[in-house]
Design a protein around this ligand. Structure first.
Ligand SMILES: Cc1ncc(COP(=O)(O)O)c(C=O)c1O
Length: 398
């Protein structure tokens, strides 16, 4: 007997990476193992003090009970200080910050809190697939807005403003942009806030990559928050995360920064879904947020070296890319002799046992691109280059 699934699942499918990683696991029953240059999960550990804080706190007797639904005071204060220090944004830790189980959780919570069936949601193409799936699960119709190479992968707000936006309730934006690596831009943020106000749209900025390969001096990162735009809090919210900036993807720490009113509305949903996370983890996350600039210098020096190697790999395939990309990927245009990014990805997965993400999973505007992750060591990237060289050489001999 099969019980019918709820209509809300619609044509929502299992997440691409969840399926692909299963296929790679199967391939890995044989040697050589597949080198996965697909997923953006930092391979290095958090700072030693963070792990120490988790361990020493967990040894205490009085930390094992249920925790506040709104997160520990220490954690919310640490988020507020972090926002003040790096983004120059003042947030009330009591009312304007809500710790989350990763920013991905926040995408779902915002969607469930604000979307009615039939509402429309603006999602970027290319963009992080969860914006679309969370919107669909909440009953919305997604309206993709184009990000095109010729416009620097930025939205054309003038063209978008001419469309009928009367049913649009929410818009997802994300800079530094994943997958294109497009840096944030204060002018664009200003325009986005004005656009959201004009059209009465909740502007949701997803900002997990601000500390990875930021512009300028690594020892003085200056990421940009949409909430730094005057008046933004009336209409915009921001998701942030420790997954990428602090090598804590598996810990599941994110945060929603928003006006008190919005936080209270989201709490109506979230407090019915889960309870506060394990206190020692929250205290360790607070420690992570208080790390100095040396932390960012250290992680980014490593990413910068890997990026050079990743670019070497892409050169080998004949791809084209911008060198000012931010975040932990390199986004690259494939050469004309391939039909699309899927063909490139399949070729090197099955022939070289190197997995590269096809850009098409992020939307139609990514079809002729691929995305390479920087979450592998230089040695692993060199091994990938050697494998790919062999395939390319084998081919030219045919
Ligand atoms: C653009 C973007 N937003 C959100 C997330 C989810 O991050 P988190 O680990 O904080 O849930 C990712 C993860 O890959 C991402 O690329």
């Amino acid at each position: 007997m099969q019980i019918a699934v709820a209509d809300r699942l619609g044509d929502t499918k299992e997440y691409y990476f969840s399926k692909k990683l299963r296929e790679i696991a199967q391939m890995n029953e044989n040697d050589p193992k597949v080198i996965n240059l697909g997923i953006g999960s930092p391979d290095r550990p958090p700072h030693a003090d963070v792990v120490e804080k988790l361990y020493s706190s967990a040894l205490k007797d009085d930390v094992h009970g249920y925790q506040s639904y709104k997160g520990a005071v220490k954690l919310r204060k640490a988020y507020a200080e972090w926002y003040e220090r790096y983004f120059s944004v003042e947030l009330n830790p009591e009312a304007e910050l809500l710790p989350l189980i990763g920013s991905k959780e926040g995408i779902m919570h915002l969607s469930m809190t604000y979307i009615n069936p039939g509402d429309e949601v603006l999602v970027p193409d290319p963009g992080y697939p969860s914006y679309r799936s969370a919107s669909n699960l909440a009953g919305a119709t997604c309206v993709a807005y184009d990000l095109k190479e010729e416009l620097g992968w930025k939205p054309d707000l003038e063209a978008l403003g001419k469309k009928d936006l009367s049913k649009v309730k929410l818009m997802w934006v994300n800079f530094p942009h994943m997958p294109t690596g497009t840096p944030p831009d204060a002018e664009l943020f200003k325009d986005l806030v004005a656009f959201a106000k004009k059209h009465n749209i909740l502007l949701c900025h997803d900002n997990p990559y601000g500390f990875v390969l930021p512009a300028g001096d690594f020892s003085n990162p200056q990421p940009l928050s949409i909430l730094s735009i005057p008046g933004a809090k009336d209409v915009a919210v921001e998701l942030n995360s420790l997954s990428k900036s602090h090598n804590m993807a598996g810990w599941r720490f994110g945060v929603l920064a928003a006006s008190e009113h919005i936080i209270n509305q989201v709490m109506r949903f979230k407090s019915n879904m889960d309870s506060g996370t394990f206190l020692p983890m929250q205290l360790a996350a607070a420690r992570a947020l208080s790390l100095g600039d040396e932390w960012f210098q250290e992680i980014n020096e490593v990413y910068a070296k890997r990026k050079k190697k990743a670019e070497e790999l892409l050169d080998l395939i004949g791809c084209r890319y911008k060198t000012n990309q931010q975040g932990m990927f390199v986004w690259a245009k494939i050469p004309d002799n391939y039909k699309d990014g899927y063909e490139v990805s399949d070729r090197f997965l099955y022939k070289a046992r190197v997995f590269i993400t096809p850009g098409g999973i992020f939307g139609k505007n990514g079809t002729d691109h691929v995305r390479l992750s920087l979450c592998s060591t230089v040695a692993t990237l060199e091994e990938s280059i050697a494998r790919i060289k062999k395939v390319l050489k084998g081919n030219s001999n045919n």
